[in-house]
Design a binder for this molecule. Structure first.
Ligand code: SAH
Ligand code: SF4
Ligand code: F3S
Length: 437
């Protein structure tokens, strides 16, 4: 075993988990392969949030077959949310008999042990186990591709059971990590020059509610980190709108090191649909929170997730979602077509929406969101922004605003990659902001 290649699908959580997989492989002495056909170990870290994700992954696993035919010694491993679904390991193995190791989303940190076991026996291993996330006691190392941005898990799993969502089934219940472990990890990252730390959890606002943290809740955790020495920013995702508290808004507002950007998935603008999704908030209470956030932080950039075509969403309900987008005015909205997931409540609901209608609504909403965000970015012209310089292209330095938007700055000898700088936005051209020191 000399080289490895990892395919990663799904959310930031999975991106971070692939950094753990890479860490374990490099600890074993393997190096990252530039191309998959140079690899001795190929890992698929999968997602099953929507049918489309699963189809893509299936296609990509199938494409490995010729490589495996040429060289039987290649080890193919499949892990993550898709393998964690009921009966999935069996189905995967049936379709792709060349898979050597299958494990789940909750025992990622034990991959190294599974590889050792496989190398001894050379027999197919199914290591998927039910339950919650398990951390390896002695810890593992990470291999992060990015030198400026880093993810840190603060909790695993989800207790919310939104009726459309597979995550609680494949990721188990909420487990918070101990604050001291998180503080240690964050301090280490800051000391190694990381500039933006993103705290990860499916619902960061329930951090500590499982009594694993000695009474530390999310606002406290966040503020403690924001008070660390060093030149960095801290962000987090995702916040469930039902749990975002005044306390958290205050903490965000009074700490400069907390990025003024917030992802607050609304999912729908109709109370009927929100109820049927089991989201536990109303459009009114959501908007109330948005108002508070905007009042305390006038420069905040907001983003959201929206699902169109949820069962029972007629034209009237859909129009309410359009209205919500126009009211809140997000800098960014991720818009998804509802995809029925096996075992969820919504899968069995009546009044499923046709695929044609879902397509129509997605395109219509994307168009609206594009108009809104375009206007918001135009409005940023004249404002001052704190941006992080990430690289350079031709005569420009490429930086990013807190919301993730690219800001181009004219090259300047005194500015270096990896530095935060203050710029005045002077233009918005072909989708990029132009900034001046
Ligand atoms: N825990 C986070 C995100 C979970 S998944 C949260 O609650 O916000 C990311 C997004 O995928 C969700 O916000 C939702 O918009 C979307 N999603 C989840 N299940 C889906 C499904 N079955 N079909 C379509 N989109 C879905
Ligand atoms: Fe899924 Fe809802 Fe949990 Fe988010 S909060 S992961 S949408 S069940
Ligand atoms: Fe996908 Fe699992 Fe994330 S289903 S979106 S990889 S939690």
């Amino acid at each position: 075993m000399e080289k490895y290649f990892i395919y990663t699908y799904g959310c930031q959580m999975n991106v971070h988990e692939s950094e753990k997989l890479a860490g374990m492989l490099e600890t074993k002495g393997l190096k990252k392969a530039e191309k998959v056909d140079e690899a001795d170990v190929i890992v698929f870290n999968t997602c099953c949030i929507r049918e489309s994700a699963e189809q893509k992954i299936m296609g990509n696993i199938g494409a490995i077959k010729p490589l495996k035919k040429k060289n039987k010694d290649i080890i193919v491993a499949v892990c993550g949310c898709m393998s964690q679904q009921k009966d999935k390991p069996m189905l995967l193995r049936k379709k792709f008999p060349f898979i050597n190791i299958i494990f789940g989303a909750n025992n990622i940190e034990f991959f190294s042990d599974y590889l050792d076991e496989y190398n001894k026996e050379k027999k197919y291993l199914n290591k998927v186990i039910e339950g919650n996330y398990q951390e390896k006691e002695d810890g593992i190392s990470f291999v992060r591709d990015n030198k400026l941005y880093a993810y840190v898990n603060i909790m695993y799993g989800c207790n919310n059971f939104c009726t459309y969502c597979i995550v609680p089934f494949v990721r188990g219940r909420e487990v918070s990590r101990h604050p001291d472990t998180i503080y240690r990890e964050v301090k280490d990252l800051i000391s190694r020059g990381y500039k933006v730390i993103t705290l990860l959890g499916q619902n960061v606002n329930s951090y500590g509610l499982d009594n694993n943290t000695g009474g530390v809740l999310f606002p406290k955790l966040l503020e403690t980190i924001a008070n660390f020495e060093g030149d960095f920013e801290v962000r987090f995702m995702t916040s469930h709108p039902k749990d975002i508290s005044d306390d958290l808004i205050e903490v965000m507002a009074r700490n400069d090191k907390i990025s003024k950007t917030l992802h607050l998935p609304a999912q729908s603008g109709s109370n009927t649909i929100l109820k049927s999704m089991n989201r536990n908030y109303t459009v009114e209470s959501y908007l109330e929170k948005i108002e508070k956030i905007k009042a305390k932080m006038p420069n905040i950039t907001l983003s959201t997730d929206i699902i169109v075509g949820f069962p029972g969403e007629g034209e009237e309900e859909y129009q309410l979602t359009k209205k919500l987008l126009s009211t809140v005015r997000y800098h960014n909205a991720f818009i998804f077509m509802y995809s029925p997931r096996r075992g969820t409540v919504a899968e069995k609901m009546e009044n499923q929406v046709s695929i044609e209608e879902k397509h129509r609504r997605v395109n219509d909403l994307l168009k609206l969101e594009h108009e809104i965000s375009d206007e918001l970015f135009h409005n940023m012209v004249g404002s001052n922004q704190r941006v992080l310089v990430e690289g350079e292209v031709n005569e420009f330095l490429i930086a990013k605003a807190q919301c993730g938007k690219v800001v181009k700055i004219e090259k300047n000898e005194s500015i270096h990659i990896g530095e935060f700088v203050y710029v005045k936005i002077v233009d918005y051209k072909s989708g990029d902001l132009i900034g001046k020191i």
